[in-house]
Design a protein around this ligand. Structure first.
Ligand code: DX5
Length: 240
């Protein structure tokens, strides 16, 4: 990786209270979230159904941090402009759903948003090696997508490390995000392997001391692990 990558903590709205989503995103921002992830599911690519662009647009005025749209949908090209219009500054496309990934990523950037690719646990990093110059981030799924509260797949750490090495070799300016089962017990392994953007849902809401404590605990554990592993140059916590 080139330069210093900041450790960023990203709450997943999927774990929030759906009866008051605007208040939830405001609370996540107040708790120190660096970004907020919207898990968009279409009931086809994954066996679950979640947020349309109008829901996200309604919540946009309630927080200023970057909204990520994690598109777990078939035919993302049809939908992604609506998520950019809804206020998502970063669009995550699953490699498994985009036969013309190079064109799709270029299209996201043409719309003025940052572009990222997500890889299911079984999908090798080869799927992104030829489009890294078009990626602001690669998301390595640490669970099979579709639901919160699943167990972290430790075997993904070797994949994260291989991806980090490929990004460094190419001199790319590209974050590595992980998503699924990220908690105080698992965040260190992912950060030590090279991930600097950490998504968490159920673990943040399970902390008896509240969201703010949960966010800073994940940040501290990730920063300590990344620094002691030398995974990234002098990993630092995002300035608050
Ligand atoms: C799963 C989603 C994740 C999930 C994370 O498909 O992409 O963002 O909400 O939730 P936890 O942290 O509970 O695994």
């Amino acid at each position: 990786m080139t330069g210093t990558r900041r450790i960023e903590i990203v709450p997943s709205v999927l774990a929030g209270d759906f009866t008051r989503l605007g208040d939830e995103v405001a609370a996540m921002e107040k708790a120190g979230a660096d970004r907020i992830q919207w898990d968009v599911m279409d009931g086809h690519f994954v066996p679950n159904l979640t947020f349309g662009p109008d829901v996200i647009a309604a919540c946009r005025p309630h927080a200023e941090v970057l909204f990520e749209a994690h598109l777990m949908v078939e035919r993302p090209d049809d939908l992604l402009p609506r998520y950019v219009d809804a206020g998502c500054g970063l669009i995550i496309i699953h490699a498994e759903t985009a036969p013309h990934l190079h064109r799709t990523l270029g299209g996201v950037r043409e719309l003025g948003a940052r572009a990222a690719v997500a890889l299911n646990p079984a999908t090798p990093i080869d799927a992104v090696l030829h489009v890294l110059e078009l990626c602001d981030m690669v998301l390595v799924m640490t669970v099979n997508p579709g639901f919160g509260g699943q167990a972290y797949i430790t075997g993904m750490e070797a994949k994260i490390a291989a991806l980090a090495a490929a990004i460094a070799r190419g001199g790319h300016d590209c974050d590595i995000e992980v998503d699924g089962g990220i908690s105080p017990a698992t965040v260190g392994g992912a950060a030590a392997a090279g991930a600097n953007v950490l998504v968490s849902g159920s673990a943040l809401y399970a902390d008896p001391e509240g969201l703010e404590h949960a966010v800073s605990e994940l940040r501290q554990r990730a920063t300590d692990a990344a620094q002691s592993a030398g995974a990234v140059e002098a990993a630092e916590a995002a300035p608050r």
